[in-house]
Design a protein around this ligand. Structure first.
Ligand SMILES: *Cc1c(COP(=O)(O)O)cnc(C)c1O
Length: 245
């Protein structure tokens, strides 16, 4: 279990380095530790090391782990594709949904939240890579979507989330991050929620230092802390089978 704590420290060090190297503070970058495929026992090692901000890609998996770790005070984020019929389940454990990618989902979340009398932080997922396999709005769809979102009063839009192209090509990965930042900057000026859309959730184990240099305020990191996953990424991102990790 010790490796988890040591890896976590290393990741935090790199976050600090990247943040300070680009004139920001480490405290301004939030680490969401991605726990998919990881057992509650190993997650506890990270919790003991002080990590309480966790993310899951699938509702069922998130639910089970949140239940297994119910004795801890944690903040769970949903970061994976969300089916509308899972809205009730996701609201059972998640404090935030980073993968808001369509109006029907926003409407379903809002309806349930109104019944529960609570709100929810959301990030708008954008497909910055242009890959057909990726979920998320196209950059062109974002302004109209933000206007439509004003009808969902229980949702608190906080910013944007993206997955960069799966490639070792640094220039292409940074292009995705810059695009999300440009969309955010534009929305901060033009959107009805202007002023509330500061968050940029971008960067994973392979690219979070680049993401921070490009302005990420949230990074989602799993494998750099827990080690390589046994399950292929295709299990979590339909369509990526064959694009070697
Ligand atoms: C799994 C996952 C991550 C983290 O990926 P790692 O390679 O484990 O760092 C980030 N974002 C999403 C949406 C994920 O599903």
């Amino acid at each position: 279990m010790n490796d988890v704590a040591a890896n976590l420290q290393e990741v935090k060090g790199k976050i600090r380095e990247a943040a300070e190297g680009s004139g920001r503070r480490a405290e301004d970058v939030r680490l969401v530790l991605v726990t998919k495929t990881v057992t509650p026992e190993r997650i506890r090692a990270a919790i003991t090391a002080g990590q309480r901000d966790l993310g899951e890609n699938k509702v069922q998996e998130g639910r089970q782990k949140a239940a297994a770790l119910a004795d801890e005070s944690l903040r769970w984020s949903m970061i994976g594709h969300l089916q509308t019929n899972k809205v009730k389940d996701v609201l059972g454990f998640a404090a935030e949904v980073q993968s808001l990618d369509r109006l029907s989902l926003a409407t379903a979340l809002d309806r349930r939240l109104q019944q529960l009398g609570r709100g929810l932080d959301v990030l708008v997922q954008v497909n910055t890579s242009g890959e057909a396999s990726k979920f998320g709005l196209t950059p062109e769809e974002v302004p109209a979507f933000l206007r439509e979102l004003t009808a969902c009063s229980a949702l608190r839009p906080k910013g944007f989330m993206t997955l960069a192209t799966f490639t070792p090509d640094e220039a292409e990965v940074r292009r995705c991050f810059r695009l999300l930042r440009a969309l955010r900057d534009h929305a901060q000026q033009q959107a009805p929620q202007a002023g509330q859309l500061a968050e940029l959730s971008m960067g994973m184990s392979g690219d979070y230092p680049w993401a921070i240099e490009e302005g990420a305020t949230i990074v989602r990191v799993g494998q750099a802390v827990f080690g390589k996953r046994a399950l292929p990424d295709a299990h979590y991102w339909p369509g990526v089978a064959g694009t070697a990790a």
